[in-house]
Design a protein around this ligand. Structure first.
Ligand code: L14
Length: 335
C-alpha cells in the first residue's frame, strides 16, 4: 500500500537526499509533498523525473499525509512535528530536538530497530556522527561489551548545511586566486584548515556535538554506564565524516576477531588491508554511498582491552537521509 509522504525541509541538503533515496529504494509513495519555508515555497524539486512544487510549511495541512520526514532544523521540528502528529502523521525527525525525550525512540535500524514500535508519533534520527559510530561498534558491544569510547571526528561541511558547502567552495576559490576568504557560516576559515568546534559550547567545555555523541550512544545502546569522550572537528571535506575511534572493551577481543565480526555486520563494509591506501577515506569510498566503512583495525598498544579503528560514512546519506528512509521502511506495515 502506497503512502502520502511529506518532506519538511525539501530544498535542504538532507531533504533533497531523502527525496532521491525514496525514489532509489522504490519506497511506495502515493503523493509526495515537498515543504519548506515561505522563502523556498514555489521552487521545485525533482521526484521520479517530475518537478514537485515546494509548498509553504506554515500553510500545509498535515492531514493529507501519513508520514512526515523532518529535516529543517530543531525549531521547525519543535513547532510543526507535534502538529503533524495531531493530524495523524508519523514523524521521522532528523533534528536534535526530540532525541533525548525518553518516550521518543532514537533509532538506527542496524542497531536498535526493536525500540521503534514503542513510538507515540515521533521517531528521532540520531546525529550523523553517532549513527556511523554505533553501526560500527554494535557487533563488538554485543560480543564483548564496551566500557569506554574515545573518539575524534573529522566532519565534512555538509553537516552544517548548504551554505557551509558553498562557504568551503568559495573560500577555496578565493584563496587559490590570491583573494581573502570570506568567513560567514563557520567560526574560522575552513578552507585548508581544521576547526575543533561543531555546535555550541557547553558549560563543561565540550561542544554540543560532542555531548550528543555521549547522550545518544548511551540511549541507543541502552547503557548509561558506557563512557564516551568525544572531540568533534570540522575538516575541509564536502561530504562524508571520518572518525578515529579508540575503545575499551569489557572482555578481551583481538583485531582479527573484530574484523571477522564486522565483515558480517549489517550496514558495514570492512576495508582493512594494512597496505598503502588499504583503508576507506571520505572522498574515495564514503561520499555518495550507503555503507559504514571500517578500516585501520588494530589492538591499542597502550591499553589492555583496547581496539582502534577508522570509521567513514556519508553524513547526509547514512548519517541522515538514508537512516530516515530505513526507519520509514520499517514503519510501513504499521502506517
Ligand atoms: O545534530 O554542523 O543533527 O555538522 C548534525 C550536523 C548538528 C550540526 C544534528 C553539523 C546536526 C551538525
Amino acid at each position: 500500500m502506497a503512502v502520502n509522504v511529506a518532506v519538511v525541509g525539501a530544498t535542504g541538503a538532507v531533504g533533497q537526499t531523502i527525496i532521491e533515496i525514496l525514489e532509489e529504494r522504490a519506497f511506495p509513495v502515493d503523493q509526495i509533498y515537498a515543504l519548506g519555508s515561505s522563502r523556498s515555497a514555489g521552487s521545485t524539486v525533482l521526484f521520479k523525473g517530475k518537478p514537485i512544487q515546494v509548498q509553504n510549511l506554515a500553510e500545509f495541512d498535515f492531514s493529507s499525509a501519513t508520514l512526515a520526514l523532518f529535516s529543517a532544523g530543531g525549531s521547525v521540528s519543535a513547532e510543526f512535528a507535534p502538529k503533524a502528529v495531531e493530524s495523524g502523521c508519523v514523524v521521522v525527525d532528523n533534528t536534535s530536538h526530540f532525541r533525548n525525550v525518553t518516550e521518543v525512540p532514537l533509532v538506527v535500524p542496524e542497531v536498535n530497530i526493536h525500540t521503534l514500535n514503542a513510538h507515540s508519533g515521533i521517531i528521532a534520527v540520531p546525529n550523523c556522527s553517532t549513527i556511523q559510530m554505533v553501526v560500527a561498534l554494535k557487533p563488538i558491544y554485543d560480543a564483548v561489551g564496551i566500557s569506554r569510547i574515545n573518539v575524534a571526528t573529522y566532519q565534512s561541511v555538509s553537516g552544517a548545511g548548504k551554505r557551509a558547502i558553498e562557504e568551503l567552495a568559495a573560500q577555496t576559490t578565493s584563496l587559490l586566486s590570491g583573494k581573502k576568504p570570506v568567513v560567514e557560516i563557520m567560526a574560522k576559515q575552513i578552507a585548508f584548515n581544521v576547526i575543533p568546534e561543531i555546535d555550541t559550547f557547553q558549560e563543561n567545555g565540550y561542544t554540543r556535538e560532542e555531548m550528543k555523541m555521549v547522550w545518544e550512544t548511551q540511549k541507543i545502546l541502552e547503557d548509561t554506564d558506557i563512557r564516551v569522550n568525544a572531540t568533534a572537528v570540522r575538516v575541509p571535506v564536502f561530504y562524508c565524516h571520518s572518525e578515529a575511534i579508540h575503545l575499551e572493551t569489557c572482555d578481551k577481543i583481538d583485531a582479527a576477531q573484530v574484523i571477522e565480526l564486522l565483515s558480517i555486520a549489517p550496514g558495514v563494509t570492512v576495508i582493512d588491508e594494512r597496505t598503502p591506501g588499504g583503508y576507506p577515506t571520505a572522498v574515495t569510498d564514503g561520499s555518495g554511498t550507503d555503507a559504514v566503512y571500517v578500516g585501520r583495525i588494530r589492538e591499542d598498544i597502550s591499553s589492555i582491552n583496547g581496539i582502534n579503528m577508522w570509521v567513514v560514512s556519508d553524513n547526509i546519506r547514512k548519517g541522515a537521509a538514508l537512516n530516515s528512509v530505513q526507519i520509514a521502511e520499517a514503519l510501513l506495515p504499521t502506517l
